[in-house]
Design a protein around this ligand. Structure first.
Ligand code: UD1
Ligand code: CA
Length: 460
């Protein structure tokens, strides 16, 4: 097996994005562009990675996988100069092959990386350029071939004459090199061009002058070149990525009758016969079972949802939900919650860091925080766990089959035993034994005629 590694260029500043952050951190479907490129490398089996960052690249470094090397390019002097900054990394991999990728072109896929490598090795090339055929080649480096169809040069748009500008086969910005050749070629680059930059693309002419082979691998899809320079370009990438995710789900038997406002992160899994309705955003780390109805207007991230679950106009983060459970409309599950099977949680309920047992019902206007509820519990309207004393959080425990009356306050730490009942309006401050009734509220008195004599409200 030949040794492989990758260098990803990410020293661009993204001025046209008008962002305080590096351009490669701009997200396509909730995922930074550079993470798309890193994931494609990993999927292609390349694990030795180096990212070239600018001298304010700390934010980029933070999201790199463990073991990923970095090189700093202090001045932006071109793609060849950026690669030269990674020379130490390249020397460590001198006996292998390196792929150069751009951190702002997220759609390069493992298939292209591997296909280009296979051809690069088979042809014994010193370098192999990944090319694409595009409708509008403006701005890209053109692939110039000789009479026999072999790669002769890459000419940048700004350095090209009319005849070369008419070529629609372009450099995607992705190239495989033999590391030993690249180290030699980088030393020979000069900034003699319209932009006064060190162009990595000049390594083609250098290879040919050295009598080495330089090849072209034509990508199956022109999307591999797509990058974003401004917000409008980023929106275009999002539209393309979104359409691909919809097509993936449709192919998997997911029912999305109308795709309006639906966004699905690339790693989301959804089972057959699940329906996703407009306005639904499924963020990363989400797995949804079969036969569910999700939406309209729901957001789910980092959550595992069972089969035949309904989620209507609700927000779920970092939670687990069992089969046949019905959530919403208008409820919110916050991180750390485990919700059982056949549970009903309805209007204006917030659940945080709680376990809700099977067949439990929490139908209206309730806050359950840091709570453990058993099976078959009924939580009435307006129940609140007072889980926070201003300094610490405490848990509330409610046993199987308990009945929590409307407007009960549970002042944690407190527990309600199995089968116990709390009367409506009770403030529970002491543990309630199993099967007991807890009633903790002022006894009502009626003052006869008080309202007629002293009350201000007399309308009949
Ligand atoms: C480059 C190629 C061009 C190709 C195009 C594909 C060169 C000379 N030209 O052009 O043939 O068609 O990509 O998109 O290579 N970068 C750095 N440091 C630098 C310069 C660039 O890290 O000093 C990074 C950028 O952040 C970006 C990538 O390299 O990720 C490509 O740079 P960019 O300026 O977009 O290259 P182009 O001029 O578009
Ligand atoms: Ca570019």
């Amino acid at each position: 097996m030949e040794k492989t590694c990758a260098v990803i260029l990410a020293a661009g500043d993204g001025k046209r994005m008008k962002s305080a952050h590096s351009k490669v951190l701009c997200q396509v479907l909730f995922k930074p562009m550079i993470s798309w490129v890193l994931d494609s490398c990993r999927q292609a089996g390349i694990s030795d990675l180096c990212v070239v960052v600018s001298d304010h690249g700390q934010e980029v470094e933070q999201l790199l996988p463990a073991g990923c090397a970095t090189a700093v390019q202090r001045e932006r002097k071109g793609t060849g100069h950026a690669m030269l900054m990674a020379a130490d990394f390249l020397r460590q991999h001198r006996d292998g092959h390196v792929i150069m990728l751009c951190g702002d072109a997220p759609f390069v896929d493992a298939q292209t990386i591997q296909g280009a490598l296979a051809q690069h090795l088979e042809q014994g090339n010193a370098l192999t350029v990944v090319a694409a055929q595009v409708e509008d080649p403006t701005g890209y480096g053109r692939i110039v071939r000789d009479g026999a169809g072999a790669l002769a040069a890459i000419v940048e748009h700004r350095d090209a004459d009319e005849a070369v500008r008419a070529i629609r086969e372009i450099n995607s910005g992705v190239m495989w090199f033999r590391c030993d050749f690249l180290l030699e070629a980088l030393e020979k680059l000069t900034p003699n061009n319209a932009q006064g930059e060190y162009y990595i693309t000049d390594t083609v002419a250098i290879a040919l002058a050295m009598g080495r082979r330089a090849g072209v691998y034509l990508a199956k899809s022109a999307d591999v070149v797509l990058g974003a320079n401004d917000r409008q370009g980023l929106a275009k990438l999002n539209r393309i990525a979104r359409q691909r995710q919809l097509e993936r789900l449709w192919a998997g038997g997911v029912n999305i009758p109308l795709e309006d406002g639906i966004l699905i992160a690339p790693d989301v899994q959804v089972g057959e016969d699940t329906t996703i309705l407009p306005g639904t955003i499924l963020g990363e780390g989400t797995v949804i079972g079969k036969g569910c109805v999700i939406g309209p207007n729901s957001q789910i991230s980092h959550s595992v949802i069972g089969d035949e679950v309904t989620v209507q106009a609700s927000v779920l983060e970092n939670c687990q939900v069992g089969d046949k459970t019905r959530l919403g409309p208008f409820m919110h599950v916050r991180p750390g919650s485990i919700i059982g099977r056949d549970v009903k949680i309805g209007n204006f309920v917030e659940i945080k860091n709680s376990v809700i047992g099977d067949r439990t019902s929490v139908a209206h206007l309730t806050y359950l925080g840091d709570s453990d509820l058993g099976t078959g519990v009924n939580v009435g309207c307006g129940v609140v766990t007072a889980n926070y004393d201003g300094a610490n959080k405490f848990r509330t425990t409610i046993g199987d089959g308990a009945f929590i009356g409307c407007n009960t306050n549970l002042v944690a730490p407190v527990s309600v035993g199995e089968g116990a009942i709390t009367a409506a309006g009770t403030t529970v401050t002491q543990d309630v034994p199993a099967d007991a009734l807890a009633m903790g509220r002022a006894r009502q008195i009626n003052k006869e005629n008080w309202a007629r004599e002293k009350g201000k409200y007399h309308k009949r």
